[in-house]
Structure formats: structure tokens, C-alpha cells
Design a binder for this molecule. Structure first.
Ligand code: FMN
Length: 190
């Protein structure tokens, strides 16, 4: 893992979601180091409304099998070549972090918790980027699948809000254009 030290601005502006990883694995201790810094996200009442299920190294074999089961329809009928092609988006990331938040029955707290967990995820993405590790927050439908929830031991009253794929990459995608403040800011009273 390279030791880069980007400015906050550089990290925010230049981070890209990485969707094409190169297969190099991410060390568990590197990912945990990032997570231990990312917890400094603002969060109301210091509830720290998140927990993670992480898959690195040897864990990935069983995770890939689960993802194949849930995300590749009729995978048994595919040739090994076609299956490998369809599975590449799952097998090339070097690690995974699934982010789980409590679903508070009170709407205000639930929204606050989702907001705080989102900031936590952004922190992970920026800190990873600073270390040369790319990431992509994904929300595939199977995150709510009972089979998937069971495999991750997600409890009633919890929700998986992110499949964060992390890993190394060879190319940085071009940034998608953003609006400028002039396009979405109005002055109070106007
Ligand atoms: C809540 C959330 C859900 C997302 N879900 C997906 C997803 O399911 N699949 C995917 O390819 N990208 C997903 N993304 C990543 C976006 O596609 C990406 O952030 C967007 O294209 C902007 O690119 P950038 O992150 O490089 O600036 C998600 C991002 C967020 C914040």
C-alpha cells in the first residue's frame, strides 16, 4: 500500500468510483486501518450507527460463491468462460466491506443514521483513495435478499446499505461532469 498524502480537496475532487479492478488483493490490516480513521465521521448523539462485514483474502472464495448464487441467474448453465466473464465484476475487487445500519423506528433518527453512515462510507472512500486503493459503493438488489442477510448475520432492524468494493486499479475513469454552484444555489430572500 503506497503512502500518499493528498490534500482534502485533492482527495474529494480526484476520487473516482472504480468499477474495473485489477485483481490485486487488499490486505485486511490496510482496510481496517482505513476504517479506524473513517469512524471520525460526524454522527448525531455519537450513535456511530454502522457496523461492517469485511471480506478479504481467504474469505473471498465463499463470498464469490454466494454472489454467484444470488447475482448470476442460471449460473450452472453457463460455460466456464461466460461464468468467469459475468463474475469478473465480483472477483476482481481486492476486498469487500458491507455496511450495515440500524433501522430506527423513529424517522428522524433513521435518516440521521443513514446520513452519518453515508459520511462514514465517503470517509472510507477518500482515505482509501489517499492510499491508492479504489472503491465503489454499490447497492445491488440482493443486499435485501434474506439469503444474503442470513449469510452476513444481518439482524432484524438492520439494513445493508452498501456493498463497498475496494481494490487496486490500472486506470482512473474520467470524472462525470458536475453542476457548478451557479446552477443550483440561490440567495436567501431572492
Ligand atoms: C448510494 C450510492 C449507490 C450507488 N450504487 C451503485 C451501484 O449499484 N452500481 C454502481 O456501479 N455504482 C453505484 N454507485 C456509484 C456511482 O455510480 C458513482 O458514485 C457516480 O457514477 C459518480 O462517480 P464518481 O463516484 O466517480 O464521482 C453508487 C453511489 C452511491 C452514492
Amino acid at each position: 500500500m503506497s503512502e500518499q498524502f493528498l490534500s482534502v480537496r485533492d482527495a474529494i475532487i480526484n476520487r473516482r468510483s472504480i468499477k474495473k479492478f485489477n485483481g490485486q488483493s487488499v490486505k485486511r490490516e490496510d482496510l481496517l486501518g482505513i476504517v479506524d480513521d473513517a469512524v471520525w465521521a460526524p454522527n448525531h448523539g455519537n450513535r456511530e450507527p454502522w457496523r461492517l462485514v469485511i471480506a478479504c483474502d481467504d474469505d473471498l472464495v465463499a463470498l464469490h460463491q454466494l454472489l454467484r448464487e444470488l447475482a448470476v441467474p442460471k449460473w450452472q448453465e453457463l460455460s466456464s468462460e461466460d461464468l468467469a466473464k459475468q463474475m469478473a465484476k465480483f472477483t476482481l475487487p481486492g476486498g469487500y466491506a458491507f455496511v450495515i445500519v440500524p433501522e430506527d423506528a423513529r424517522q428522524k433518527e433513521r435518516l440521521e443514521d443513514y446520513a452519518a453512515a453515508s459520511i462514514f462510507i465517503q470517509n472510507i472512500q477518500l482515505l482509501a483513495w489517499d492510499k491508492g486503493i479504489g472503491s465503489c459503493w454499490k447497492t445491488p438488489g440482493f443486499l435485501d435478499n434474506p439469503k444474503f442477510r442470513e449469510a452476513l448475520k444481518v439482524q432484524p432492524g438492520e439494513r445493508v446499505i452498501a456493498m463497498l468494493q475496494v481494490g487496486y486499479f490500472d486506470e482512473v475513469p474520467k470524472g462525470k461532469e458536475r453542476k457548478t454552484s451557479a446552477q443550483f444555489v440561490t440567495n436567501f430572500g431572492e
